[in-house]
Write a protein that binds this ligand. Structure first.
Ligand code: NAP
Length: 261
């Protein structure tokens, strides 16, 4: 019997990552899911109940650390990886100078260093095999200087850019790289980033994580370059790319400043 292909999904305990893992499992992959907290095991149990046949293996590791990346890499045990969905990430609200610097650094460590460190290892393996799909969860935030979320938006600008660059480098290799760029999505993200008291945090009209994940998953399967999810987010990124950065930074203040009505 041919073994099932293997997908690795990071940040899969909740939100967009959980839904991405579900699409992978429903589509015939065995799935290794990873997150930092013990709840990743509950997520694996839930996914196991919701999907048929797929083997779901949870790995608890802090992907913002070198040790955490090594833990996940060792758990992969040199198995060929067919799809890597590098989705783990976190935000942090407040003005930069009012943030605890260690927490701001955590955002960089998880979103940027951890993400590209894992992609470096898995990408080399995929290139050697001449096949593989990589999905990177960037954000529309990467198109905007993010007043009151400055470090986070900077990390997403990095990932959006990195994703397109890596894709180009790998263009004749059989490995595709796709960037998923969601707008505000109804997950635990805003609570974890302590952004509940901001206009974007209080917005009741956020996107459904399952629908965001489906668009990203389908784009990855087709080997597309990138997808901005949702019509209004497409319009917003178009304007953000055209307007002066000073204007966009002021617009972002209206979304993310704590206590603003
Ligand atoms: N929600 C939005 O509006 C939005 C918009 C654009 C892009 N995104 C991006 O979408 C991705 C998923 O976020 P989400 O909205 O689904 O939020 P979420 O529900 O908070 O999920 C974040 C996931 O990342 C994991 N994670 C965070 N730090 C980690 C670490 N150090 N090591 C390993 N795993 C870690 C979390 O696991 P633990 O709980 O175990 O830490 C969780 O599984 C993120 O990259 C985020 O930046 C979100």
């Amino acid at each position: 019997m041919t073994p099932r292909p293997l997908a690795v999904v990071t940040g899969a305990s909740t939100g967009i990552g959980y839904e991405l893992a579900k699409y992978c499992a429903d589509d015939g992959y065995d799935v290794i899911i990873c997150a930092n907290e013990p709840e990743i095991k509950d997520a694996a149990a839930d996914l196991g109940r919701e999907t048929v046949d797929a083997e779901i293996l949870p790995i608890q590791a802090d992907l913002g650390t070198k040790e955490g990346i090594e833990t996940l890499w060792r758990a992969l045990d040199a198995r060929p990886i067919d799809a890597l969905l590098a989705n783990a990430g976190r935000g942090l609200g407040e003005a930069f100078l009012d943030q605890d610097f260690e927490r701001a650094k955590d955002v960089l460590d998880v979103n940027v260093t951890g993400t590209i460190s894992l992609i470096h290892k898995v990408g080399r393996q995929m290139r050697e095999r001449g096949e593989g799909r990589i999905l990177i969860t960037g954000s529309v935030a990467g198109h905007m200087p993010g007043s009151f979320q400055a470090v986070y938006n900077g990390t997403k600008a990095f990932l959006d850019s990195f994703s397109y660059a890596l894709r180009n480098e790998l263009k004749d290799s059989g490995v595709t790289v796709t960037c998923l760029m969601p707008g505000p999505t109804d997950t635990e993200f805003f609570e974890r980033a302590e952004m509940e008291r901001t206009p974007v945090g209080q917005d009741d009209d956020k996107a459904d994580p399952a629908s965001v994940a489906r668009k990203g998953y389908e784009a990855m399967k087709k080997g597309e370059a990138g997808v901005v999810t949702g019509f209004m987010n497409k319009v917003q990124t178009l304007f953000a790319d055209l307007l002066p950065d000073t204007t966009v930074a002021q617009m972002h203040r209206r979304l993310a400043e704590p206590g603003r009505e």
